[in-house]
Design a binder for this molecule. Structure first.
Ligand code: ADP
Ligand code: ASP
Ligand code: MG
Length: 423
């Protein structure tokens, strides 16, 4: 008998009908002779609504209580799903992250999983149950506090459980038919990818393709767990993400795997920084001490007359306030003139391992953006990715232009979005 882990995202369980539909799918997997572990997200936009509520009572909600609040979303959906399954005549038990043995560090709001001890899940399976686990949450090893894994973290819960239970596959059910060459909400002519390597998927995820969370792909690669991303609304086969293609998984020998975009970042410019050794170190140590992750960094050439330079960097919007406060507190010791904060930016990235060996990709990318009249503010590259920062208003047009320029458009409009609000 095989063991499968299935994860259902918020849009798949947005309402009672959705929960009943998903329950049927789960029961079918069980009837096919599998042991089934299900990881479930909060219903629809529940997490966003809980965040809005928290912000109304406190502008910067405290980490511990904020996590306690957010984990409530997944507890609602896990219990309802277990009830719906029982109603179909099958046994199911729901478990919080803590009960399922998801042990994390103690960094609230973006905890890392450090161990998974799924003893209770094993017992539940051995007794013939379907096990339903609340995604996105765990318990900290040292303080035994409830933690959350960061937005989209149910993907990581699913892969971590699949690894700990030695599952054959981790199925990620969502509101699109798989991983596409661009976000189907933006590019109607995006193509579904049949198979993609962990390497390319990692870059797409890190660049904002939120269909899979970056940490989840990292985890899957480390433990070599194949992921099958597919829709909970259709019966279609989706996208396989793994080290090597298996069986009939088709490999596109394209130079480019896809175009990703991200509107969740902001840009901070530190203006009037003395152009001398140690300044960048002081700025980024301050940011690191505030536990803020940064993405791109650029430093301008110093104006010779003043000996001052500007340093810009991007970071998640959600951490903008923390970073600004930390820099302001240390303004005298770092010695800069002022700070500028800009949250109307977007990042657009082109990803593909074929880039390493094909000249002209960067040129083609910049030409496509220029033809679309899009101005570039920052640039960063890796071996298999080029990213630029542009105005947020330009993002959709820029993504479509790049997608077309690299020949990624499909002949049919196969990119269907079944649900979700895109929030
Ligand atoms: P879930 O609630 O199931 O976790 P998410 O909203 O986190 O779903 O992820 C699915 C969404 O990811 C899709 O609705 C789509 O808009 C978006 N997305 C972004 N880039 C891609 C891509 N390259 N392929 C497929 N979906 C993508
Ligand atoms: N409910 C959480 C979120 O919206 C986790 C998840 O859905 O993966 O981010
Ligand atoms: Mg998600």
């Amino acid at each position: 008998m095989g063991l499968v882990v299935q994860k259902y995202g918020g849009s798949s369980v947005a309402d009672a009908e959705g929960i009943k539909r998903v329950a049927k799918r789960i029961v079918d997997a069980k009837k096919n002779g599998n042991q089934v572990v299900v990881v479930v997200s909060a219903m629809g936009d529940t997490t966003d609504e809980l965040i809005d509520l928290a912000e109304q009572v406190s502008p910067i909600p405290a980490g511990r209580e904020f996590d306690m609040l957010l984990t409530a979303g997944e507890r609602i959906s896990m219990a309802l799903l277990a009830m719906a399954i029982k109603n179909l005549g099958h046994e199911a038990q729901s478990f919080t992250g803590s009960q399922a043995g998801v042990i994390t560090d103690s960094v609230h709001n973006k905890a890392r999983i450090i161990d998974v001890t799924p003893g209770r899940i094993r017992t539940a399976l051995d007794e013939g149950n379907i096990a339903i686990v609340a995604g996105f949450q765990g318990v900290s090893q040292d303080k035994k506090d409830i933690t959350t894994l960061g937005r989209g973290g149910s993907d990581t819960t699913a892969v971590a459980l699949a690894a700990a239970l030695d599952a054959e596959v981790c199925e990620i059910y969502t509101d699109v038919d798989g991983v596409f060459t661009a976000d189907p909400r933006v590019v109607k002519k995006a193509k579904k990818i049949d198979w993609i390597s962990f390497e390319d998927m990692l870059e797409l995820a890190a660049s904002g393709s939120k269909v899979l969370l970056h940490r989840c792909v990292e985890y899957a690669r480390r433990y070599n767990i194949p992921i099958h991303v597919r829709s909970s609304f259709s019966g279609l086969r989706g996208t396989w993400v793994s080290n090597e293609p298996q069986g009939d998984q088709k490999v596109e020998h394209a130079i480019i795997s896809g175009v990703a975009h991200d509107v969740s970042e902001a840009k901070i410019t530190v203006v009037g920084v003395p152009d001398k050794p140690g300044e960048a170190a002081a700025i980024f140590r301050t940011i690191a001490n505030a536990e803020v992750n940064i993405d791109m960094v650029v430093q301008n050439v110093s104006a010779a007359a003043t000996g001052l330079t500007d340093i810009s960097f991007t970071l998640p919007k959600a951490e903008g306030r923390k970073a600004i406060d930390a820099l302001e507190r240390n303004r005298a010791t770092i010695g800069f003139e002022s700070l500028r904060y800009d949250d109307q930016i977007a990042k657009i990235s082109l990803v593909g391992a074929g880039m390493k060996t094909n000249p002209g990709v960067t040129a083609g990318f910049f030409e496509a953006l220029s033809d679309a009249g899009v101005n570039i503010e920052l640039i960063s590259t890796s071996e298999i990715r080029i990213s630029v920062v542009t105005r947020a208003d330009d993002v959709n047009e820029a993504v479509r232009a790049v997608h077309t320029a690299f020949g990624l458009d499909s002949d049919s409009d196969e990119a269907v979005v079944y649900g979700g609000t895109g929030r």
